[in-house]
Write a protein that binds this ligand. Structure first.
Ligand SMILES: Cc1cc2nc3c(=O)[nH]c(=O)nc-3n(C[C@H](O)[C@H](O)[C@H](O)COP(=O)(O)OP(=O)(O)OC[C@H]3O[C@@H](n4cnc5c(N)ncnc54)[C@H](O)[C@@H]3O)c2cc1C
Length: 181
């Protein structure tokens, strides 16, 4: 049984048994991404639509409630734009460029993080990380519908990794027990 470190906020990819779990010979994949956080999912969305088959193994079955980030910077939004998800982030988030520091009622400092004109995106948006991750996963679903070779396996936790010259062997735990890739 796999240990879940936090509750799921958006259950997007429930556990489903796959034929690889019953295969006599472990399946081979050119790219396996361990962990379906923002980085893993963004990488899947970057590679899959270009035709590289990607398998994402995440120990949760969706986006977790362990919300951490609340501010996303312009550079992050530019990367999201490249992946086709920037607009969803900006529409949901609160945009800001100006920071103001108060001591009691008195404003003691002000800083503008985007003093130049002409930038497409604001210096920052405030957005809860679960939404940030959900928009990326939803874009993966859209890409999958268009044929992008991306597979996400929820409640698949990598417990062991063994390196070889031309491949890596992963042991993956699931609610039905472990299997090897
Ligand atoms: C308190 C706090 C505040 C933050 N605030 C901000 C902010 O305001 N702005 C900002 O940009 N960033 C912020 N960050 C940083 C941001 O949250 C991280 O950079 C981001 O979550 C990293 O993404 P990741 O995909 O690398 O890792 P994670 O988000 O940690 O995702 C990793 C995923 O992999 C899964 N996983 C782990 N091990 C395995 C395994 N063996 N098998 C299968 N799955 C596995 C995990 O359960 C998780 O789903 C903050 C971080 C913290 C802690």
């Amino acid at each position: 049984m796999i240990h879940q470190r936090y509750k799921t906020q958006f259950q997007l990819y429930p556990y489903a048994r796959v034929p690889a779990q019953d295969a006599e010979t472990p399946a081979r994949h050119p790219v396996v991404i361990v962990g379906g956080g923002p980085i893993g999912m963004a990488l899947a969305l970057d590679l899959g639509p270009r035709g590289t088959p990607v398998l994402v193994l995440d120990d949760h079955d969706g986006v977790g409630m362990g919300s951490r980030a609340i501010c996303f910077a312009k550079r992050t939004l530019e990367i999201c734009d490249r992946l086709g998800v920037g607009q969803a982030m900006v529409d949901k988030g609160v945009q800001w460029n100006l920071g103001r520091v108060f001591r009691g009622e008195e404003e003691i400092y002000e800083f503008n993080l985007l003093p130049e004109e002409g930038h497409r995106r604001p210096a920052f948006i405030n957005l809860q990380q679960p939404y940030f991750e959900r928009f990326i996963v939803e874009a993966i679903f859209e890409a999958q519908a268009k044929g992008a070779p991306i597979e996400i396996r929820g409640q698949n936790q990598v417990t062991e990794m063994e390196r070889h010259d031309d491949h890596v062997v992963l042991t993956v735990d699931t609610p039905d027990g472990p299997y090897v890739l």
